[in-house]
Ligand binder design. Structure first.
Ligand code: SF4
Length: 335
């Protein structure tokens, strides 16, 4: 359409809309540039409209009781799917990913237990929240009407589904998000924002193809079918989330040396050959956090435990849970 064919009033509104679109696109681009400058490795922005059951499969998963004792997941499932129930002003969801891979490996040592890679360094909640706060402050400095909420596993936000929607990667058959650039070694975080932004138009299609490496490698068969994990069998769930004082007897033989969490399905994933070390120094392992000495864990007092795991994601099990795991791991090696 040429300018001369637009009547006067229409031309005004056309120019206003054009200016508004340019401003939205410009702010979106600035947010992305700032996110990279802060250290995030990937970012995508999508409209804050509810997730669909065919995206989340949440109700079907809950119906099978695959969440085990994580009863908090079954509370308010509608809140998990609808960002407006968390933050009624939400118009946009900004999803970020932070690579946490560091170039270290577990030691195979009968006196030690393996710790999941995500818990080697400082607690990712603290690291991501700090970065997201900086990003939100930047957005507010660019637009004084901006209001937002930050989420890093702190509210019922289905981060992997939002990340897939925002084009950061796809959800693999092991149910973790996989990025083409960093594999699955990424932490996810979100900002719900009250502003309209420019939205991603492309998602990353499933690149698992015919691969079944993660299903084949899982020692407990926890990936009961592609994309579906039965938490009750998952070593990560059993060693971190399960609060039972006694370790499940049927899992002990399958521990494969894991004390806290498990990375087997991610270690075997061919997409993790694209792993690259992160620049975030806070994810470098703390002493004794890659493989932990079992006798030391068993001898920790509550005070020593609090001191050793201050600001570490490993404190989630609490001392009793960690010592329960250490005892189970020792038992698994006696068989
Ligand atoms: S191991 Fe294979 S099937 Fe499993 S998530 Fe990776 S690519 Fe997908």
């Amino acid at each position: 359409m040429t300018g001369s064919k637009i009547p006067g009033d229409d031309r005004f509104f056309y120019l206003c809309a054009l200016w508004q679109n340019l401003a939205v696109a410009s702010l979106s681009e600035k947010i992305k540039q700032k996110a990279f400058a802060i250290g995030f490795h990937k970012i995508g922005i999508v409209r804050a409209v509810p997730l669909k059951e065919e995206e989340t499969h949440l109700r079907a998963w809950l119906a099978e009781n695959y969440h085990g004792e994580m009863r908090w997941i079954e509370r308010e499932p509608e809140k998990r799917a609808d960002p407006n129930l968390l933050f009624p002003a939400a118009k946009s969801v900004i999803v970020v990913a932070l690579n946490y891979f560091t170039a270290h490996d577990h030691e195979e040592n009968a006196a030690q237990g393996k710790v999941s890679r995500y818990a080697w360094g400082d607690d990712y909640h603290d690291v991501l929240k700090e970065k997201l706060r900086e990003l939100l402050a930047f957005i507010k400095s660019e637009n004084e009407t901006a209001e937002g909420k930050i989420y890093v596993d702190t509210a019922p936000v289905m981060d992997k589904v939002w990340a897939a929607r925002a084009g950061l990667g796809w959800i693999g058959k092991h149910s973790n998000l996989i990025t083409k650039e960093y594999g699955s070694w990424v932490f996810l975080g979100e900002i719900l924002l009250n502003l309209e932004l420019e939205y991603e138009t492309e998602i990353v299609p499933d690149h698992c193809g015919t691969c079944t490496a993660c299903l084949d490698a899982c020692p407990t068969g926890a990936i009961v079918e592609p994309f579906v994990v039965d938490s009750r069998k998952c070593l990560s769930y059993v060693t971190i989330e399960l609060r039972a004082p006694d370790f499940p007897e049927n899992i002990v033989k399958d521990l494969n040396g894991w004390l806290y969490g498990c990375d087997i399905c991610q270690d075997v994933c061919p997409w993790n050959r694209f792993e690259k070390p992160t620049e975030e120094k806070r994810f470098e392992p703390r002493a004794g956090n890659v493989t932990a000495d079992l006798d030391e864990i068993l001898s920790l007092s509550p005070e020593k435990y609090a001191e050793k795991f201050r600001r570490s994601a490993m404190k989630r099990t609490k001392l009793a849970g960690l010592q329960r795991n250490a005892r189970a791991l020792k038992k698994s090696r006696q068989k």
